[in-house]
Design a protein around this ligand. Structure first.
Ligand SMILES: Cc1cc2nc3c(=O)[nH]c(=O)nc-3n(C[C@H](O)[C@H](O)[C@H](O)COP(=O)(O)O)c2cc1C
Length: 152
């Protein structure tokens, strides 16, 4: 237990599509940063394949996971998409901007990348919210104390 572990957040899968290469990455370091315009920020490790794709992309999608979707968080959060299609056995549809939306997600938010900031071994990508969809009234999967919290 430590102090920084007490910063709890929702667990999401950030999705992207660069020149028809799709990928998704589990992200817990996500936050709202502005009301008007409506902005959110995601923090992505510089060694991730997603970092390479997001650097070249115009948009990203955010699939907010439900409290019983730990398996999806692990699928997108334990392997790199560099040589593997994480969507192979996942039900998804494409948004109008061709970003993957994971079926059965709790919510979906689509963003235009308007800025990025160097942040140590991560980069903060700031997204302007273009679309929001709430699919269900369930609770989100949470990350806290450095781990996924099931069923809270
Ligand atoms: C619960 C959970 C939360 C995570 N949060 C982040 C995060 O906020 N930022 C990040 O860069 N990686 C995060 N990761 C690690 C990436 O999801 C993981 O390294 C992934 O395999 C990278 O995939 P890629 O190489 O296809 O981009 C998290 C992993 C898990 C399981």
């Amino acid at each position: 237990m430590d102090a920084i572990g007490k910063l709890y957040s929702s667990v999401v899968v950030v999705t992207m599509n660069y020149n028809n290469t799709i990928n998704g990455i589990t992200v817990a370091w996500i936050t709202r940063v502005s009301i008007n315009p409506k902005l959110i920020a995601i923090s992505i490790g510089k060694t991730r394949f997603s970092h390479e794709l997001l650097n070249k992309s115009k948009y990203f999608g955010v699939c907010v996971l439900k409290k019983n979707q730990k398996n999806i968080a692990e699928l997108f959060g334990t392997r790199s998409g560099k040589n593997y299609n994480k969507f192979e056995n996942v039900d998804f549809i494409f948004s109008e901007r061709n970003l993957p939306i994971i079926k059965n997600s709790l919510a979906y938010i689509e963003c235009e990348i308007i800025d990025s900031f160097d942040a140590g071994d991560h980069t903060l990508f700031v997204g302007k919210v273009l679309e929001e969809k709430l699919f269900d009234d369930d609770s989100p999967l949470l990350f806290g104390d450095h781990r996924i919290l099931e069923g809270k």
